[in-house]
Design a protein around this ligand. Structure first.
Ligand SMILES: [Zn+2]
Length: 337
């Protein structure tokens, strides 16, 4: 085999060189990830589990996060991200063995219905009590994914849980990232879990973390700060969050909003409509992309080195911020006289 390959390599060096060149696209370079965005090293199975406070723990694979409470009656798990998968039970086993407590997951609380945060749910079988917001149940019934059984117990606005002597407060404050996104407060652990709003240390991706309701998303950090807590489990990336991370995210979005308003008032749409004639979509795309790029440029400059991937996602996020300013708030929308 080795000899045959060697002969083949020798006989077609030029052709192989061409193929390699054609198959490798030119990928853009980005600013380095700031040290402050990174968390603890993962173990050789690809996860880290650590204490948040007392018997509340968090698990990460560097990109996704889950949490669990060990109680005198078993373990309460919060989210079951697909990418962490079977390492969730592994992390629970590790902590339970170290502390001499039960490793049996008895309850699973969903932050929201999205598969990336919940598709490992079925690994915990049918004897787990699943808890989530009423809309989470409706959406999971709709999605009909056997890996994400709908919650058995639901709530609409608020629900206080007491499991194995531990208090957990669930609240729904309106739609934001999704219609069902839930604030999970641990009043005795100085912690809030709020997923897909703030990515601690990183900018949001695409349309403000793919938010279905941009005004709701923009409002969510203030609601988060209205709770007393010191530790944020944000569902994403490799470290826990702080109140400063939430404030920084608010500032980033406020800067984008201000930039979008300015750009809406200054970028001239005329050249785009002149150039594209009856291709209205080409003109609209050219114009709105130009507004978004104009809004994003100073924000990228300000946050590079502060929030990771500011140069990766800010332009696409700016487009959604400006669309929300246009369509939700009506700025720049003129009624024909
Ligand atoms: Zn989500």
């Amino acid at each position: 085999m080795g000899t045959a390959r060697a002969q083949s390599d020798q006989s077609t060096p030029d052709a192989e060189g061409d193929i390699t060149e054609a198959a490798a696209p030119t990928l853009p370079d980005y600013a380095p990830v700031p040290r402050s965005a990174l968390g603890p090293a993962l173990n050789d199975r690809g996860y880290f589990v650590g204490r948040v406070e007392r018997n509340l723990y968090w698990v990460t694979d560097g990109t996704y996060q889950a949490a669990f409470l060990t109680t005198r009656e078993g373990v309460v798990l919060f989210d079951a991200p697909a990418s962490i998968g079977r390492n969730l039970q592994q992390a629970v086993d590790e902590i339970a063995a170290a502390n001499g407590v039960s490793n049996k997951v008895t309850h699973l609380v969903y932050s929201h219905h999205h598969a990336d945060h919940t598709a490992a749910s079925s690994l915990f079988g049918n004897n787990v009590v699943r808890i989530g917001q009423a809309e989470t149940r409706r959406l999971l019934l709709r999605d009909n994914d056997p890996r994400r059984p709908p919650p058995d117990e639901t709530f609409t606005d608020r629900r206080k849980l007491e499991i194995g002597g531990e208090r957990i407060q669930l609240a729904w404050h309106g739609s934001n990232h999704t219609p069902d996104n839930t604030f999970i407060h641990f009043p005795d652990h100085d912690t809030l879990m709020l997923v897909d709003i703030v990515n601690s240390g990183w900018v949001p991706i695409y349309s403000l973390n793919l938010s279905e309701d941009v005004p709701g998303y923009i409002e969510a950090p203030a609601t988060a700060l209205s709770y007393p807590w010191a530790h944020l489990i944000s569902g994403h990336m490799g470290r826990l969050g702080t109140r400063d991370d939430v404030t920084l995210q608010q500032q980033y979005v406020a800067d984008l909003s201000a930039g979008a308003r300015t750009a809406l008032g200054t970028v001239d749409p005329t050249p785009f409509f002149v150039k594209y004639g009856n291709n209205s979509w080409a003109a609209i795309k050219g114009y709105l992309d130009a507004v978004a790029d104009s809004a994003a440029a100073p924000v990228i400059e300000k946050y590079t080195g502060v929030l990771a991937a500011a140069d990766v996602f800010t332009a696409s996020t700016a487009l959604w911020v400006l669309e929300s300013i246009r369509l939700d708030l009506g700025v720049g929308i003129q009624v024909r006289a």
